[in-house]
Every structure is written in structure tokens, then in C-alpha cells.
Design a protein around this ligand. Structure first.
Ligand SMILES: [Zn+2]
Ligand SMILES: [Zn+2]
Length: 83
């Protein structure tokens, strides 16, 4: 257990589990309790836990003929489109 600055019950460092996606694996979303909700996507964006950068995600999605649409406000994934 790390020395957390927050005692939020819903998240870990501002991120909370948001289920799983067939293509992207484990997903997180921004905790609306601790973090300001993104004004552009209204907090809808999700963050794949397995990827550090959007480029890594893009490389894995390409063989599936999918591409992630990222929110310009928070860089989360707001949609997957078929190529
Ligand atoms: Zn939280
Ligand atoms: Zn956003």
C-alpha cells in the first residue's frame, strides 16, 4: 500500500476500474470524485491499463482493423472505429 494523498474509496490515484474491452483489455476511467471531469468528453473516456502510450494501443489495434479515437481534452479513448 502506498502513502496515498487521498482516502477516496472509489479509485486508485484518480483512476477506477471501468471493466474490460475485448480489444483493449482492462480499462480505467477517471474518478469523478477526485479529478475534474473532462469538459470535452464529459468523463466518458476510458484508459486501457495495458498501454502507456496511444501509439502502443494503435499498434495492437491495427491487426484487428480498429483505431482508437482519443479525446483531445484528456487523451482517453472515447471510441473505437473500424478501419
Ligand atoms: Zn477517487
Ligand atoms: Zn476527455
Amino acid at each position: 500500500m502506498t502513502a496515498a494523498l487521498t482516502d477516496c474509496l472509489f479509485c486508485i490515484e484518480g483512476h477506477m476500474p471501468a471493466g474490460r474491452d475485448e480489444s483493449m483489455g482492462e480499462l480505467f476511467e477517471v474518478c469523478p470524485v477526485c479529478r475534474p471531469v473532462c469538459g470535452l468528453c464529459d468523463g466518458l473516456a476510458v484508459y486501457p491499463a495495458n498501454y502507456n502510450t496511444p501509439a502502443e494501443l494503435a499498434v495492437d489495434l491495427l491487426p484487428l482493423r480498429l483505431a482508437a479515437v482519443l479525446c483531445p481534452g484528456c487523451s482517453g479513448v472515447i471510441a473505437l472505429i473500424s478501419l
